[in-house]
Write a protein that binds this ligand. Structure first.
Ligand SMILES: Cc1cc2nc3c(=O)[nH]c(=O)nc-3n(C[C@H](O)[C@H](O)[C@H](O)COP(=O)(O)OP(=O)(O)OC[C@H]3O[C@@H](n4cnc5c(N)ncnc54)[C@H](O)[C@@H]3O)c2cc1C
Length: 403
């Protein structure tokens, strides 16, 4: 690539932006990665990687690196109704590795560090993109929060679900209604989760719902409490411990009561779901949550973001190396065409899961019938749940790195 060849600016160093920056920089493309935060340590970042996401990292050559990052696999999934187990399904489900929790800040740091080994990679943390530059119909660069400007032959908006790049580019997001928001807690672990890390979903007699599992970091459980959109709950840590315990089997309830005072203040996470009908315009591409904000249900968003980066690299590398603007724009359409069906299907399957969970939360009658029938029907319900998860784990389309 000649020095005159225009460069790529990637906005946002989440999974989509950091992995695309690494892949392109390692293949000789000048890349500037701009990240609003000073570091990757924001208070919450999802950790669940499905086999599809683990395979994407493997294809990027990050398999060995993953083993050095804080991580922990799940040993199974358990559904508890009114403190009694409806069913338990063991990991791994189907082929491939188990669902694995990987510390996302550590992963993002590692991707950026690997990209930094390429001399044509430029890293700009602590600077937000505040606007786009245009020349007629084409996007030609970005304006940063310090007033500086970066020209680019291609701007990639990987700046997450509230993407400013998407808004400034005038690309419409079609939002789907999300039936949930989440309150996120961290709490001290229990030896049973250390030995047997089951993602445990609890549904209480009043329809309250939460899930608890051991995260990637040592000694720490994570708990997500389901809120209806707009719902507010204020409780002391001790009262939260009681509320969790009321839904849990006795060994876990004892633990939750005991650690009550040490439960972290909750972090409210608003769930946004949707997809842009159009992810690109000349000189600009949206990827990851910027193009298709994903629900947290069954941990899809990081995996999809990594798969987006693989497909984008396949299509973009040759025209970027040639400095062929028309070729870049044509490849943007191809990237969306290849990724769109998988994203739509994954969001559809997530919605189906959400509808079923909502039905259970809203119907005390259905819950009490299931509790009564659990000894006879639990295994059958578990096996049907397991079958439904398989497509959400392996990916819904073949994705490979070909360049
Ligand atoms: C509660 C919750 C739990 C989740 N858990 C999981 C899970 O376990 N597994 C999973 O696969 N998915 C999970 N998801 C979804 C997942 O977090 C997202 O789909 C994924 O992070 C999207 O990656 P991304 O790179 O597109 O965007 P993000 O991860 O959102 O990264 C965007 C980056 O852009 C930066 N940025 C934003 N604006 C600007 C700007 N103007 N200039 C510069 N930088 C900017 C941000 O600081 C951020 O670092 C969860 C989502 C939620 C809401």
């Amino acid at each position: 690539m000649t020095p005159a060849t225009p460069a790529v600016v990637i906005v946002g160093a989440g999974p989509a932006g950091a992995s695309l920056a690494m892949l392109l920089a390692e293949r000789g493309v000048p890349v500037t990665l701009v990240e609003a935060a000073r570091d990757a340590q924001r208070r919450f970042r999802g950790e669940g990687l499905m086999p599809s996401g683990l395979a994407a990292l493997e294809a990027m050559g990050c398999g060995p690196l993953l083993t050095r990052l804080p991580h922990r696999s799940l040993s199974g999934w358990s559904f508890q109704l009114h403190g009694r187990q409806l069913f338990r399904v063991e990991e791994p489900l189907g082929n491939g590795p188990p669902c694995t929790l990987v510390s996302q800040p550590a992963l993002l740091d590692a991707l950026v560090e690997r990209a930094s080994q390429a001399s044509n990679f430029h890293w700009k943390p602590g600077l937000a993109v505040v606007d786009l530059m245009h020349a007629r119909e084409r996007i030609t660069g970005v304006v940063l929060s310090d007033g500086s400007r970066l020209e680019a032959s291609l701007v990639v908006g990987a700046d997450g679900r509230s993407s400013l790049v998407r808004q400034r580019a005038g690309l419409e997001l079609q939002s789907q209604s999300s039936p949930i928001d989440l309150l996120w807690f961290r709490l001290p672990s229990h030896p049973r989760f250390e030995a047997d890390n089951v993602f445990t979903m609890l549904l209480g007699e009043d329809g309250s719902a939460c899930s608890v599992f051991h995260g990637a970091l040592p000694g720490e459980l994570q708990l997500g409490w389901v809120l209806s959109p707009g719902e507010r709950i204020e409780r002391s840590p001790q009262d939260w411990g009681e509320a969790f315990a009321a839904m849990a089997p006795s060994w876990l309830a004892d633990h939750l009561r005991r650690v009550g005072p040490a439960i972290s203040a909750p972090l409210k996470l608003s769930v946004q779901v949707g997809c842009c009908p159009r992810w690109q315009r000349p000189g600009l591409l949206l990827l990851g949550d910027a193009a298709h904000p994903m629900s947290p249900i069954r941990a899809q968003g990081i995996n999809m973001a990594l798969r987006d980066a693989l497909v984008a690299t396949n299509h973009l590398l040759a025209p970027l190396i040639r400095g062929d603007l028309a070729g870049i724009d044509t490849s943007l359409e191809r990237i969306q065409a290849e990724r769109f069906p998988e994203i739509l299907r994954a969001q559809e399957l997530q919605q189906q899961e959400a509808r079923q969970a909502q039905l259970l939360r809203r119907s005390p009658l259905l819950r009490s019938i299931l509790v009564q029938l659990a000894p006879w029907l639990g295994e059958r319900i578990g096996s049907s749940w397991r079958q439904r998860q398989i497509p959400l784990r392996q990916g819904l389309a073949p994705v490979r790195l070909t360049v």
